[in-house]
Structures are given as structure tokens and as C-alpha cells.
Design a protein around this ligand. Structure first.
Ligand code: FAD
Length: 345
């Protein structure tokens, strides 16, 4: 329960009755919308319907009007648009100011954002400015039937328990949500709604950080969030040289190679290939776990995959508890046999 002290300044504070609506921050980075924003509009719709309030999208950036129809298509009834040259590239300070200003002015009950790099960076700063609490990295959201407070559930104590956190008095209630844990809502083209152009009363000189040059990150080979089939390896593989065997299976299936934290810490894979609580959450059509025990922190990142195939020589391995199809045996026999069989098809 995070009950931050109540704000006292008149621009922040009002009685609790004055906070309305569920807001979703639509994350736009160089024109590209983070898909978790749409997942959150889907989840926000359920919350707004339960509370009986409106669902709003918040779009912050520069020359980002073309994102507005998409926000309506994914279910927002109203869009707050903060469009300003200073907001062209993401920086913590200007984005914090933009979000805090409109929250102070329009007073949402709930604000959600993806637990992306941007969400993890900006939301704590916004919560501090608004003098409210924040639950980071939620995997389940709900509404308490009695109080109508937001129930924010997230893994705690290294993923060993799920903690449900209620923000009893401070407002707005803020949460970041991990990408790909919520369902993508249907997109209904042509849906429209109200657009509120919100001002941004700051200039470049108000902020200490400057963008001098933009150098795009060299994309890793993972792209796990978009992969339809994932071949994932764990310490059961024994040595890095055996990766070639898993890669061959992945190539035959057109799959992306990933792994457990064990495999990453062993130096066989890079961190962007790690599936799990401290890695990427994935939801492919098929997830093939090879020599992965299925620790709770690993399951947290892949248990919602459509179809899970597990290969492990320990019939008691926890990975089998989430597998749709389990093969108990030696991976060094099973993986090459599968590759040969798939090659024929
Ligand atoms: P192991 O647990 O060692 O499992 C290897 C498996 O291979 C065993 O089940 C074994 O039976 C099987 N095996 C061995 N030889 C063969 C063979 N010849 N044929 C078939 N099977 C074989 N882990 C993650 O994966 N992702 C995370 O994001 C993550 N985050 C974490 C965050 C925290 C805070 C903590 C505390 C831990 C986290 N972990 C994470 C670590 C996690 O607890 C496990 O330690 C890790 O997942 C184990 O990796 P593994 O399954 O590859 O290795």
C-alpha cells in the first residue's frame, strides 16, 4: 500500500472526487508506437467500464497527429495531444513536465504506461512530481469491487509471490505494465472521439539535457517480441558449442533463438535474447524450451505462449507444468531428430 503524503499545493490537490477517467500514455518513439500502448488501451477499456468512466489516450511528441486515429481505433474515447518541437526526441525532463502538467490540469483517476525503457524512466519522475505512488511492472490489473481502487498486481521477492498493491488515498493511481501480458484489443478503423490539444508551456532552455545527435541502436538478432516461433535454450545444453544444434532447429522452423538467464549468464547468448522476469516477455505461437528447468522467473516471461513444447531429461522439471507437449529425454538425441523430421516437411 503506497499512501504518499497528500499534495498540498492547489494546482495538484483536490478532493478525491475530482479525479476522473483512465488514461493510457501512448508511447511514440521517432514515429513508432510501442505496441504495449494498444494492449493497455484494451486493458484500460475493461477498467474504465468497471469504474464507469471514460478511457483516454495521451500522445506526447512532435508532429504526431497521425497517431490520433490509431488511438481511437484501439478504443480511446478522448485523446490528449501534447505536440511541441521540444518533445521531438524523448528526454526525461520535458516528458515528465508534459505528463505532470496535463495530469494536474485534467486530473485522471488512473494513468497507465508500458514498462518499457521510456515508461520505467519517466513514470517514477511523473509520480514524484504528482506526489502519488507508482506500481512498476504490473502483470495483472483489476478494480476493487468495494472501493473502486485500482488493484495492481506484480511479482515480488524475486518472483516468488505475486503482490497486489492498492493505492488507497493518493491520486492519480499510476502503474506501468509489462509488454505482451495484456491482450491486444481489436482495431476498429474509422472510430473517432474528442481531441484535446493540451499546451506545453516550456521552452528548450527550461531543460538541462540536449539532444546533440541521434545514433540508432544496432538491432540485436533477437526481435523476440515479434517472433512467432521461439527455440529457447537453457543450461541443459551444457556448452556454447551446442548452440549450433539449437540454431539448426530454429533455422528449419524459421524460429528465433532465445534462452534462459542461465544461458545468458553462461555467455552463450546476449541479454536481449533472455526470456523471463528480468528479460523479455514473449507470447509466440510456439515456444520450444530445450534444457530449461522452468524456474518461476523464466515461466513469468513465456507461460502465456500459445503452444509450449518442453524437452528435458528430468520428468519432474517445472517447465512441464506449463508445457502443452513435453518430451522427457536427452536433448542431444531429441533436438537433432526433430530437426531431421521438420526438414522433411
Ligand atoms: P537450470 O535450472 O540449471 O536447468 C537446466 C535444465 O536442463 C534442468 O532442468 C535439467 O534437467 C535439464 N537438462 C540437463 N541436461 C539435459 C539433457 N542432456 N537433456 C535434456 N535436459 C537436460 N531466469 C530466466 O530464465 N529468465 C529471467 O528473466 C530470470 N530472472 C530472474 C530474476 C531474479 C530476481 C532471479 C532471482 C532469478 C532469475 N532467473 C531468471 C533465474 C532462474 O531462477 C533460474 O536460475 C534460471 O532460469 C535457470 O536457467 P536454466 O533453466 O537454463 O538452468
Amino acid at each position: 500500500d503506497h499512501t504518499a503524503p497528500k499534495p498540498t499545493s492547489t494546482d495538484v490537490q483536490g478532493d478525491d472526487q475530482g479525479w476522473h477517467g483512465v488514461w493510457v500514455i501512448i508511447e511514440v518513439n521517432r514515429g513508432v508506437v510501442a505496441p504495449v500502448s494498444w494492449e493497455l488501451l484494451g486493458e484500460g477499456r475493461k477498467l474504465a467500464d468497471t469504474i464507469g468512466c471514460e478511457l483516454c489516450g495521451v500522445i506526447i511528441g512532435f508532429e504526431i497527429e497521425d497517431v490520433v486515429p490509431q488511438a481511437f481505433a484501439y478504443g480511446a474515447e478522448k485523446v490528449y495531444l501534447v505536440d511541441h518541437p521540444v518533445l521531438k526526441d524523448y528526454r526525461t525532463e520535458p516528458y515528465t513536465a508534459a505528463m505532470a502538467d496535463i495530469a494536474n490540469q485534467y486530473r485522471p483517476e488512473i494513468i497507465l504506461m508500458g514498462a518499457t525503457s521510456m515508461g520505467r524512466d519517466v513514470f517514477p519522475a511523473v509520480a514524484t512530481k504528482l506526489q502519488t505512488g507508482l506500481t512498476a511492472d504490473c502483470t495483472v490489473l483489476g478494480i476493487d469491487s468495494e472501493t473502486k481502487n485500482l488493484q495492481q498486481t506484480r511479482p515480488a521477492f524475486g518472483g516468488n509471490i505475486m503482490a497486489t498493491i492498492l493505492c488507497r488515498t493518493s491520486r492519480p493511481q499510476m502503474a506501468t505494465v509489462r509488454p505482451r501480458v495484456m491482450e491486444m484489443p481489436p482495431k476498429v478503423e474509422g472510430r473517432t472521439g474528442e481531441i484535446i490539444i493540451a499546451p506545453f508551456n516550456h521552452g528548450e532552455d527550461d531543460f538541462r539535457t540536449k539532444v546533440i545527435e541521434f545514433i540508432p541502436a544496432v538491432a540485436g538478432n533477437a526481435f523476440l517480441d515479434k517472433a512467432e516461433i521461439i527455440v529457447s535454450v537453457g543450461l541443459g545444453l551444457g556448452a556454447k558449442r551446442h548452440l549450433a544444434m539449437a540454431q539448426e532447429l530454429a533455422d528449419v522452423l524459421g524460429a528465433t533463438l532465445a534462452g534462459s538467464r542461465g544461458a545468458v549468464e553462461a555467455g552463450w547468448l546476449t541479454h536481449d535474447q533472455q526470456v523471463g522476469q528480468s528479460g523479455v516477455t514473449v507470447r509466440p505461437k510456439v515456444y520450444i524450451a530445450i534444457g530449461i528447468s522452468g524456474a518461476i522467473q523464466h515461466l513469468a516471461g513465456m507461460a502465456t505462449s500459445d503452444f509450449i513444447i518442453a524437452i528435458n531429461n528430468d520428468p519432474e522439471a517445472p517447465i512441464f507444468s506449463v508445457a502443452n507437449f513435453g518430451i522427457s529425454g536427452d536433448l542431444f538425441q531429441i533436438v537433432p531428430a526433430l530437426t531431421e523430421e521438420f526438414k522433411k516437411r
